[in-house]
Design a protein around this ligand. Structure first.
Ligand SMILES: NC(=O)c1ccc[n+]([C@@H]2O[C@H](COP(=O)([O-])OP(=O)(O)OC[C@H]3O[C@@H](n4cnc5c(N)ncnc54)[C@H](OP(=O)(O)O)[C@@H]3O)[C@@H](O)[C@H]2O)c1
Length: 230
């Protein structure tokens, strides 16, 4: 699909459901062209009416071959915003000792290592001067807040994401890099007890993303634009 010249362009990685789908819809409403990646085709996402503004693509961030193929397809694109949203909770109700090496590796690769590795490869496709690279983190990754909802692995994976994205931001210090805390949101990952709906969180994060274009630096902000301590 061709991106109209006057339309801003956002890439949302991990857009099949939850916050990724919510961000996709919010930016479509804001008249962006959205390139949205999923691991498997989705239906009933409420995206049909936006077919002229939407490019769906396939990506599993843990698959090197799918990642290379995706990057080859994207090589001529320019993105105003890139959102690395894909994430998993990891083994629920298991502490470090109870988790297998495979479970630990899977959550760290998905939540921390592969988002930053993908971001490094996407730098050439980010609009110079005003482009924003955003990682969906979590306040549960904040060492200072010391929050703990029972999953030390999930918390550690987001702390690792924060640390690796700081190295990324230091290397590419001419970019604007954001780590965003969406709030506690009702999704498959967040669960039914979460106080926030997807629309409110996505609208807030979209406001923050738009407000930071060209600002530079590396900030950890929540969906209302409030600073989250590292
Ligand atoms: N919900 C909350 O309260 C909350 C709070 C703080 C931070 N977050 C963060 O927000 C992000 C989105 O979470 P959510 O609540 O929307 O969760 P969700 O509803 O479970 O959605 C997770 C998304 O990530 C995708 N994904 C998972 N593994 C992937 C992989 N290897 N490659 C590509 N895509 C992958 C999923 O795709 P499939 O459909 O293919 O599985 C899905 O689109 C996550 O990074 C999460 O840690 C959420």
């Amino acid at each position: 699909m061709t991106v109209k010249r006057d339309r801003k362009h956002i890439l949302v990685v991990g857009a099949s459901r939850g916050l990724g789908l919510g961000l996709t819809k919010e930016f479509l409403r804001r008249d962006y062209h959205v390139t949205a990646t999923v691991r498997a085709a989705i239906s009933g996402g409420g995206l049909d009416e936006y077919y002229e503004q939407l490019t769906m693509d396939t990506l599993d961030i843990n698959s090197p071959s799918l990642t290379e193929a995706f990057l080859a397809r994207m090589k001529n694109e320019i993105f105003d915003v890139v959102v690395l949203n894909a994430g998993i909770y990891g083994p629920r109700e298991k502490n470090l000792s109870e988790s297998t090496v495979e479970e630990i590796s899977h959550v760290m690769m998905t939540n921390a290592i592969n988002p930053v590795r993908l971001a490094e490869r996407l730098v050439p496709m980010l609009r110079p001067e005003t482009g924003v690279m955003a990682f969906i983190s979590s306040a549960l990754g904040s060492l200072e807040l010391n929050a703990n909802d029972g999953s030390e692995l999930y918390c550690a994976s987001k702390a690792m994401l924060n640390r690796l994205s700081r190295s990324f931001a230091t290397t590419y210090d001419y970019l604007t890099v954001l780590n965003l805390h969406p709030g506690w949101v009702r999704t498959e990952l967040g669960g039914l007890d979460a106080p926030l709906d997807v629309e409110t969180s996505a609208r807030g994060m979209a406001d923050v993303l738009e407000s930071r274009a060209g600002a530079g630096g590396h900030e950890f902000l929540d969906y209302r634009g409030k600073i989250v301590p590292w």
